[in-house]
Design a protein around this ligand. Structure first.
Ligand SMILES: NC(=O)c1ccc[n+]([C@@H]2O[C@H](COP(=O)([O-])OP(=O)(O)OC[C@H]3O[C@@H](n4cnc5c(N)ncnc54)[C@H](OP(=O)(O)O)[C@@H]3O)[C@@H](O)[C@H]2O)c1
Length: 383
């Protein structure tokens, strides 16, 4: 914690099994806000007294009640313990919809607060915890902090790096091809529409539902004509972002004709005003960014409240994000097929030696049907 108040540093407490159980419950409640709280974080809260949970709450949607207020609304909490996945907020602002939670907690007579993560937002960042402590509440932090950091990875990345969390998702053959020579990844093997099977695609749809936006390049829309919606699982459709510098997409592309087409954003470099007007007339949002730099694309999405972006291809887009170091996580589904030729997952990174390779950290592998699901994170300082 570089900027936070000294007093919010992780307290090395021996948390009890009951503490762990309550915080896990608060985290589970927080996850219920998935896809609905951005640009705010997801937060869950539990109130317990005498070894029993007496109140629960979570931040259900952006602008709605905060988790602590919901949990405290369940009944008298005096003498109890608050378990909260994120430090309570402690400020008012003209554009803030809810009152400061730290004040509500103090007024409620809560005696102890257990907090998983520190809120990195500049106006909180330890000040909420300091306020509780000044009021005589015992505050302990750091229980399940890693789970909270994962829950709100988009929010934390935005606060710390000034851009949304960027997750590249690649489906490839054993030899690193994302499409057959004849183009679309949808025509990769006779009789098969996709490189990966339904189980893998269900995971991808779940990922889409967890992200504020999905992003692809013009080449992918031309080759695959994807919808980029959530269909195989229940969940909200993310914003669909297409990078298309000269607005060359055909009007018939599926992403331009979906019922919720206000959730489709085409980002261009420069284009004829009549083409922009046509797309806007179809209900699609168009953003013009001279030169179309990826940093500016992420800034524009961040300004719209996007905290996390799932990048779904294709090759040139994956390569650009990697080349510019604008990524946080990669998930690769590796299918048991070999193509020999075709479209490489990434190329042109300008890496000459193994020593200079992009090396991922925190890696994990698991089996999904016949496929291998590989995941790894950006190790900062190693690119
Ligand atoms: N298996 C998979 O996981 C997977 C996923 C997606 C796609 N695919 C396959 O990948 C292939 C498409 O890949 P692709 O490389 O041809 O196209 P792409 O990466 O989808 O799109 C590249 C295009 O996006 C535009 N663009 C705008 N800004 C860019 C930037 N900063 N960096 C890179 N591109 C930018 C450029 O077109 P303009 O200059 O016209 O703007 C560029 O030509 C298809 O065969 C598709 O089937 C496979």
């Amino acid at each position: 914690m570089e900027r936070g108040h000294e007093s919010c540093h992780t307290t090395l407490t021996n948390f009890s099994d009951f503490d762990r159980c309550c915080m896990k419950r608060a985290l589970a409640l927080a996850w219920r806000g998935i896809g609905k709280t951005s640009p705010n974080p997801m937060v869950g809260a539990v109130i317990a007294r005498d070894g029993r949970i007496i109140g629960e709450g979570w931040h259900r949607r952006y602008g709605g009640k905060h988790a602590e207020a919901e949990a405290l609304g369940a009944g008298p909490a005096a003498g109890g313990t608050l378990y909260c996945t994120l430090e309570p907020c402690c400020f008012t602002a003209p554009d803030k919809h809810q009152p400061p939670c730290a004040e509500l907690v103090i007024k409620s007579g809560i005696r102890r607060a257990v907090i998983a993560g520190i809120d990195p937002f500049g106006r909180v960042n330890g000040a909420g915890i300091a306020m509780l402590r000044e009021a005589g509440i015992v505050v302990e932090t750091g229980l399940c902090a890693e789970a909270e950091a994962e829950l709100n990875r988009g929010y934390h990345t935005m606060q710390r790096q000034g851009r949304p969390f960027v997750h590249l998702k690649i489906a490839q053959s054993l030899d690193g091809r994302i499409a057959a020579p004849e183009g679309a990844s949808t025509k990769v093997a006779a009789g098969d529409r996709w490189i990966t099977d339904t189980a893998a695609r269900k995971i991808v749809h779940r990922m889409r539902a967890e992200y504020d936006a999905v992003l692809v390049g013009r080449g992918t829309v031309l080759a695959d004509d994807p919808e980029l919606t959530v269909r195989l699982v229940r969940g909200q459709n993310p914003l669909r972002v297409i990078l298309d510098s000269r607005l060359g997409l055909s009007d018939g592309a599926k992403v331009l004709g979906l019922p919720d087409r206000e959730k489709t954003v085409v980002v261009c470099d420069q284009a004829a005003p009549d083409r922009i007007a046509k797309l806007r007339g179809m209900g699609v949002e168009v953003i013009c960014l001279p030169g179309l730099p990826l940093g500016a694309v992420l800034d524009a999405l961040g300004a719209r409240g996007v905290r996390s972006v799932l990048v779904e291809g294709g090759s040139r887009i994956f390569s650009s994000f990697l080349r510019e170091g604008l990524w946080d996580r990669i998930t690769v589904f590796i299918a048991p097929i070999i193509l020999g030729d075709g479209v490489s997952a990434v190329s042109g990174l300008g890496i000459g030696t193994i020593r200079d390779a992009l090396r991922l950290g925190n890696v994990s592998f698991r089996r999904v049907g016949d496929q291998l699901l590989f995941e790894g994170n950006h190790v900062y300082g190693n690119c």
